[in-house]
Design a protein around this ligand. Structure first.
Ligand code: ZN
Length: 273
């Protein structure tokens, strides 16, 4: 048993939960199989206003639509092919995505899509082709994108710039330099800030967050991953965003109430609600 095992999110927040929009989550992950329904009720009772459930693959899309139907107005969905699964991309899969968006109003974004040169699970050229095609799709459908960029900032920005005339969306789990942040902001993107802001090695992000324009920040969990400190390594959920909010408040010297209301408004604008 570690020293933090007895600490709970309720004890850290004192039971005060500000309204939040979790702009990036994976509640369909098998980590939640044993507790999903109970957990979702707990979230709703803890001021989680909306959740954007992000797809990793085409096989997720119908499950996400069902989740949104089960919790109307609470869950919204993103549909897309994650760079890890770029191998599965084809003309046919793109058409399937297009018809899913046409048939389901709960699908509000194309995501998560992008490049991952950390794991390189798919060849880089395939990742780029898959990302490029989905950026075009988002442009055609006039939808925001949720971008996954891991150790691929240069190629990622090149592709985003090529689509800039029709681009809107969010850099999920932003991890770049201040210069990269500026380039993303110049493209009109939002930056998604999550649990990694609280990590002990979050030096770069800690320096960047106070310099960002407030109207470009949204919060996210990426749950079940990326639990903030002191829960790092455990299963994350949308209540833990409160700890990210608290960290942003400390870094920017702005109140949690004020920031929560700004970030909620930003998230609604991002997904055009
Ligand atoms: Zn994700």
């Amino acid at each position: 048993m570690s020293a933090t095992d007895h600490i709970t999110i309720d004890s850290l927040t004192g039971g005060i939960y500000r309204p939040v929009f979790d702009t990036h989550a994976h509640y369909l992950d098998e980590e939640f199989d044993a507790c999903r329904e109970t957990l979702i009720e707990t979230l709703r009772a803890s001021s989680v206003v909306h959740v954007m459930e992000a797809a990793c693959d085409l096989s997720d899309v119908q499950k996400i639509v069902r989740l949104c139907e089960d919790y109307p107005g609470f869950f919204f969905g993103a549909a897309g092919i994650h760079p890890h699964n770029a191998d599965s991309y084809s003309e046919h899969s793109l058409e399937s995505l297009r018809s899913s968006f046409a048939a389901n109003r709960s699908l509000r974004a194309v995501g998560e899509i992008g490049l991952d040169y950390h794991y390189d699970f798919s060849p880089r050229e395939t990742q780029k082709a898959c990302f490029d095609a989905q950026l075009s799709l988002a442009g055609d459908l006039d939808l925001p994108v949720i971008i996954h960029d891991r150790e691929a900032h240069g190629d990622c920005l090149d592709l985003l710039k090529a689509h800039r005339s029709r681009l809107s969306g969010v850099m999920h789990c932003f991890s770049g330099s201040y210069e990269t942040a500026r380039e993303c902001l110049d493209l009109g993107l939002y930056l998604g800030i999550g649990g990694s802001l609280t990590f002990r090695n979050a030096k770069k992000l800690v320096e960047i967050v106070p310099k960002l324009p407030l109207d470009r920040i949204v919060l996210e969990t990426d749950c079940p991953y990326m639990a903030p400190e002191p829960f790092r390594g455990r299963i994350n959920d949308s209540r833990y965003i409160q700890l990210v909010l608290k960290r942003v408040s400390e870094l920017r010297h702005e109140s949690e109430d004020f920031l929560a209301s700004v970030f909620l408004g930003n998230s609604l604008s991002l997904f055009r609600m």
